[in-house]
Design a protein around this ligand. Structure first.
Ligand SMILES: Nc1nc2c(c(=O)[nH]1)N[C@H]1C(S)=C(S)[C@@H](COP(=O)(O)OP(=O)(O)OC[C@H]3O[C@@H](n4cnc5c(=O)[nH]c(N)nc54)[C@H](O)[C@@H]3O)O[C@H]1N2
Ligand SMILES: Nc1nc2c(c(=O)[nH]1)N[C@H]1C(S)=C(S)[C@@H](COP(=O)(O)OP(=O)(O)OC[C@H]3O[C@@H](n4cnc5c(=O)[nH]c(N)nc54)[C@H](O)[C@@H]3O)O[C@H]1N2
Ligand code: SF4
Ligand SMILES: [Mo]
Length: 724
């Protein structure tokens, strides 16, 4: 055992003096569930959690907490959460059974199967998919390369390409690094134009903004304005100064006309950015035909309103334009994010307090990771472009199902549930069924991992230490936290990073490659912090951060251009060829059927993508997996509130109950994602009795943002009929 996971000391050395379990103790901890990374105080008595509360001393979250954090207790105690590796066995009568096996046996088996397929069919025969919790678990971030550098496959996929891929692309194009995100400085802004985001439910994304509700209220008290543009009158829209419906998928028209208005009305004002910005003349010429009168009939926001919003944004001392999932996971995801960045640039609001600013995290992934690259290779079957050495996940099923050289025959999934989270989940189900071998690094036997031959369950989040590697980069204030584990890991269990070390070592040994285990994640982070911005400047160390378990305040976001840019000439060249090239598609796209019923998604504060429906406190009460529709669309089809309907798209259909609401734009329906726990063979007792349906049985893997390859999850044409 020890030999097999060298580098993995179970007792987390300096970090832990194990607690006396007969006492009540408060553990400080940052929540790992969503991007808000709220500080928590977890009270433990006799080895069990008795309360979870917000930590008022956390300088970022200031005591905020949401219902999901309390479910960390349920996650810790869930009998369905796997504690030991399990291997699939098909009985003589064809039933599937799962047997617990030891860690050495599991790791040996996985390494042997992966290397056999690799040796027989070549490097690209192994596919990798990593899901969202990867970025909430620093050991997965630091250690995945221990295994993946040996596997060298081009078939790498992740949730990024059904999520924030367009942000990375726009950041690379304009600022020179995929992770240089401009963060809305909500606490100091005068004007906020928000498209396709619902932070009151999501708690913010590519924007770590705990307690956003209070921040919005404070902002309005100061006299600042929040304008929300969304096909649904969302929880965020309810707090806004104004809300405008927009036809899904048409934000490019809206944003182009905002930029156009800024140009033609002489509202471009680069302010401090003036010496840094080039290429605006080319952009102005390229968008000359996209005025507000052209945009209005496509997007459903009238021309007068578009122009007024534009003038208000331009007149604000400090303003923000921000867009998230609704504008990223649709037909023009990459173009939209590029346009949003440009609007912030030409109004002089980039790098401006109260506008959008780059952060300065203690461990700076802008310095420690590659800048990223685009379209240096393409997927085998459909020719979709890579970004940062990953292919769009919309291509995963076909890369498994289409025979020929480079076909995926074995798949490694880690912290992901692509059967529920990626477009056309039914096709992926079929594809996963056809694999020669599949292994999942995951604590649950769920809709995806049921296809695996072996499931490797890591320790729970509270059983390992925690430093947030991802989200300080996106936060509205610079802070840092390092927290010790709340519970001692059960004897013989392994952390995600130890599993990567164990597999990496075995794969290398079998393939005769050189291998070095990586040290514990905290050592890697400690080094990066020492060489990070505060380490170099004033000797900040991980140890010092650990001494402040509620977090260290590193101050408000600051202007830092041109230093922060990673472009070779330290300038922002706005005339991005790929984005300008995509403009050709705009006119063509908007000739589509204006009467089509379009499907969008939604998030609820009690859900977290697909994986937190197995906790009673989060699923109790009314059914949340319903279809929302405007009463006019229901009436046309003879549907009344509470009826069950069939919704169908090019790829599939499902049945669910309807809720009529004028909060939906006419012509648009909404189904939340992450449900559909009714597929046989998973082990999720509570989730399967609140199963809902998976809206990704309707989304179409063939319909991607043609520029980026990002999945189109919003604006999917569907039909809705009453079930008799
Ligand atoms: N239609 C539609 N689809 C969407 C979206 C949408 O808005 N609409 N949103 C998309 C977005 S933004 C995202 S990020 C994706 C998410 O897509 P995925 O990341 O594929 O799915 P999750 O539901 O987050 O599944 C997380 C998995 O990680 C496991 N897990 C949890 N914690 C850990 C851990 O610490 N270690 C390991 N090894 N495993 C862990 C869980 O058991 C679960 O199996 O879904 C996307 N899909
Ligand atoms: N409670 C909860 N919180 C979460 C998650 C969760 O599942 N549950 N998931 C986390 C993850 S992984 C992510 S990535 C973030 C996402 O964070 P957000 O992007 O803030 O969350 P969404 O609810 O997906 O917001 C997308 C909005 O876009 C709107 N929309 C849909 N189509 C269009 C369109 O074509 N144009 C415009 N303008 N708007 C459109 C939708 O109505 C919705 O209000 O949330 C994170 N936080
Ligand atoms: S908002 Fe997100 S980070 Fe904060 S407590 Fe809720 S789930 Fe955790
Ligand atoms: Mo996401």
């Amino acid at each position: 055992m020890r030999r097999s996971v060298s580098g993995g000391c179970f007792v987390n050395c300096a970090a832990n003096t194990w607690k006396n379990f007969n006492m009540r103790e408060i553990h400080h901890r940052a929540c790992n569930l969503c991007e808000a990374i709220c500080g928590l105080r977890i009270e433990v008595e006799n080895g069990a959690i008795v309360s979870i509360k917000g930590d008022p001393e956390d300088p970022l979250s200031r005591g905020h907490i949401c219902p999901k954090a309390i479910a960390l207790k349920d996650l810790q105690e869930d009998p369905d959460r796997l504690r030991k590796p399990i291997r699939k066995r098909v009985t003589e009568s064809g039933d599937i059974e799962w047997d617990e096996i030891s860690w050495p046996e599991a790791l040996d088996l996985v390494a042997e199967r992966l290397t056999t397929i690799y040796s027989r069919h070549g490097v690209d025969a192994i596919g990798i998919y990593l899901g969202n919790p990867t970025v909430h678990n620093y050991g997965m971030m630091t250690h995945q390369k221990v295994l993946f550098t040996h596997l060298r496959t081009r078939n790498r996929y992740s949730a990024t390409s059904c999520d924030q891929l367009p942000h990375h692309m726009a950041s690379l194009w304009l600022f020179g690094h995929k992770n240089l995100f401009p963060i809305p400085d909500i606490d100091r802004t005068d004007y906020f134009l928000m498209l396709g985001a619902n932070p009151v439910a999501s708690n913010g994304s590519i924007w770590t903004v705990p307690d956003v509700r209070k921040r919005i209220k404070d902002m309005k008290k100061r006299g600042a304005k929040l304008v929300v543009v969304d096909p649904r009158h969302t929880e965020t829209a309810k707090l806004a100064t104004e809300h405008h419906f927009i036809r899904p998928g048409t934000d490019a028209a809206f944003l182009l006309s905002v930029l156009h208005t800024l140009f033609v009305e002489g509202l471009v004002n680069l302010r401090e950015l003036d010496p840094l910005v080039t290429g605006l003349g080319d952009v102005e010429a390229a968008i000359a035909s996209f005025d507000a009168e052209w945009a209005a009939p496509h997007c459903g926001v009238d021309a007068t309103t578009i122009k007024r919003i534009t003038r208000e944004l331009a007149a604000a001392n400090a303003g923000i334009c921000y867009g998230r999932m609704g504008v990223s996971t649709q037909a023009f995801g990459a173009l939209n994010q590029w346009l949003i960045y440009l609007i912030n640039i030409v109004t002089g609001n980039l790098d401006r307090p109260g506008g959008s600013l780059f952060t300065t995290p203690a461990m700076d992934s802008v310095s420690t990771s590659s800048p990223g690259g685009f379209a240096r290779a393409h997927s085998r079957v459909r020719g979709l472009p890579e970004f940062d050495r990953e292919l769009p996940v919309a291509a995963l099923a076909e890369e498994i199902l289409t025979s020929g050289e480079g076909q995926i025959r074995a798949l490694f999934t880690g912290a992901g549930n692509p059967v529920l989270s990626t477009p056309n989940g039914r096709k992926l189900d079929e594809a996963l069924d056809s694999l020669e071998f599949m292994v999942s690094l995951d604590p649950y036997l769920n809709e995806t991992t049921r296809h695996s031959d072996v499931i490797l369950p890591p320790t729970s989040p509270l059983e390992h230490d925690h430093f947030d590697l991802s989200f300080h980069l996106n936060a509205v204030r610079n802070t840092a936290r390092m927290n010790d584990p709340v519970f001692e890991p059960p004897s013989g269990s392994l952390h995600d990073w130890q599993i990567f070390n164990g597999l990496g070592e075995r794969v290398a040994r079998i393939l005769g490659m050189e291998h070095r285990d990586l040290p514990e994640p905290q050592h890697i982070v400690a080094m990066a912090i020492e060489h990070g911005p505060y380490g170099e400047e004033r000797g900040l160390t991980l140890e010092e951060i650990r001494q402040h378990p509620s977090g260290v305040d590193l101050g408000p976001l600051k202007a830092q251009l041109p230093d922060r840019l990673r472009t070779p000439d330290k300038r922002i060249n706005c005339a991005t060829p790929a984005a300008l090239g995509d403009l050709e598609r705009v006119g063509e796209y908007f000739t589509g059927d204006p009467s089509a019923l379009l499907l969008i998604g939604r998030r609820d504060v009690r859900t977290n993508n697909s994986w937190m429906h197995n906790y009673k406190r989060l699923v109790k009460g009314r059914d949340r997996c319903t279809l929302l529709a405007h009463p006019a669309d229901m009436k046309k089809r003879g549907i009344t509130d509470g009826d069950r309907v069939r919704v169908s798209s090019r790829v599939g259909s499902l049945e669910l109950a309807v809720e009529g609401t004028e909060h939906m734009m006419p012509g648009v329906v909404s189904i939340p994602h992450g449900w559909g726990h009714n597929r046989p063979g998973s082990r999720l007792e509570i989730a399967s009795s609140h199963s809902g349906e998976s809206c990704n049985d309707l989304t179409d893997e063939q319909d991607v943002d043609r520029l980026s390859g990002n999945a189109v999850l919003n604006g999917v044409p569907v039909e809705m009929t009453l079930l008799s």
